[in-house]
Design a protein around this ligand. Structure first.
Ligand SMILES: Cc1ncc(COP(=O)(O)O)c(C=O)c1O
Length: 374
């Protein structure tokens, strides 16, 4: 467990580092961490490799991994789920696209919060749907959904699905009970289904609780919850995530929409998920403590830089930085000219912002701050 190390990721062709290869720009963009996996995950993967056979494994036959998810939901969220509610998906991105195919008719409107993770913003058009965008608003230094806009969007009879992101990427807020109640109420009154992307749900940095959408009594029959071990345990390259769909009809239509297009999850991803959820609690807690300190350092330092402003994210390892005070045309170019490579805010729907990934050694953050101050 060494979160402060600075691994050389060139031999693994890490996308984050490939982008700025051969430059002095410190990559701080795509959402994976610089943290080497917990030993139990590495041991599970070694054991799987030593087996030497990588033929087909039907994910539904991996009962240990399914039980690990059931147990994880119970321990983390006091949520009792059944193993047969779980549908493995080779990524959360394919999962929310499948959710659109399964729940919308051509020409329907899909509601999406903005700013947001770019593939969530892109998903309605990819599937031939209209997109209704609901803004993110700032209340007392915290970002949240514009619930009045959500109400209006949901009232459109063409609106059939809300694809939500909670915890929110890029702003890092976690819906409170009252906020999730409000989402549930709006969805119910307007007959809008919910697909909740909760890929960042095990990265809660403050004393707040993550509330899975499908655990909500008013949403259980009307929602799909998407989760993964990928962000928290740094195994995104293994292409394994899962949907939890309590309603058997919704589950059947999700499976039908996936048929012939969506491959099974990988044998390594199954092992990693199983090991992560069973044997990595200490590593997980240490990671959260490290991320929390990183967050506090970064927020304090960013807010000291003239022209930059950031609210404290409650979750994730991502900081959403408002660079509008710089009054420059291209905030991404400005950051790169200073020597750091964040994610461009324009890709998320807000061009005067950029997003810094702080899932890395503190030394990188110090280096980044020095560069930004120079
Ligand atoms: C909100 C959100 N959803 C989904 C993903 C990607 O999911 P996957 O790699 O499982 O497709 C990301 C990655 O950054 C993300 O931030």
């Amino acid at each position: 467990m060494n979160f402060s190390s600075k691994p050389d990721r060139s031999s693994s062709k890490a996308y984050k580092w490939e982008k700025y290869k051969g430059t002095d720009i410190l990559p701080m963009w795509i959402a994976d961490t610089e943290f080497r996996c917990a030993s139990p995950i590495l041991e599970a993967l070694h054991a799987r490799v030593d087996d030497g056979l990588f033929g087909y494994t039907l994910p539904a036959h991996h009962s240990e991994a399914l039980d690990a998810i059931v147990d994880w939901c119970k321990r983390q969220y006091s949520w009792s789920i059944q193993a047969d509610w779980i549908v493995w998906t080779p990524g959360v991105v394919p999962a929310f696209n499948v959710a659109i195919k399964a729940n919308c008719n051509p020409g329907d409107t899909v509601i999406v919060q903005s700013p947001n993770y770019p593939p969530l913003l892109a998903a309605p058009a990819i599937n031939g749907m209209q997109r209704a965008t609901v803004d993110t608003i700032e209340i007392n230094g915290r970002w949240t959904l514009d619930f009045e806009a959500l109400e209006l969007a949901a009232a459109d009879p063409k609106a059939s699905l809300f694809i939500m992101c909670n915890p929110m990427n890029p702003v890092g807020s976690v819906l409170t009970q009252a906020e999730l109640d409000r989402v549930a109420d709006i969805c119910k009154r307007h007959n809008v289904r919910l697909c909740s992307d909760e890929i960042h749900c095990d990265l809660i940095l403050d004393d707040v609780k993550h509330l899975p959408a499908s655990a909500h009594a008013e949403l259980e029959e009307n929602s799909i919850t998407l989760m993964a071990a990928s962000k928290t345990f740094n195994v995104a390259g293994l292409g394994t995530s899962f949907a939890i769909i309590p309603n058997s009809k919704l589950r059947a239509s999700f499976n039908k929409a996936s048929r012939g297009i969506v491959p099974w999850v990988t044998v390594t991803g199954l092992e990693a998920t199983n090991a992560a959820f069973r044997h990595c609690d200490d590593w997980h807690q240490a990671e959260l403590a490290y991320l929390k300190d990183n967050r506090d350092y970064l927020v304090a330092e960013i807010n000291k830089i003239e022209g930059l402003k950031a609210n404290r994210p409650e979750a994730t390892f991502l900081l959403w930085v408002d660079a509008s005070g710089l009054h420059v045309d291209d905030t991404q170019k400005w950051a790169e000219s200073k020597g750091i490579g964040p994610s461009p805010g324009r890709d998320f729907g807000a061009k005067s912002f950029f997003r810094i990934n702080f899932g890395c050694s503190r030394e990188y953050l110090v280096e980044a701050i020095n560069k930004l101050k120079s």
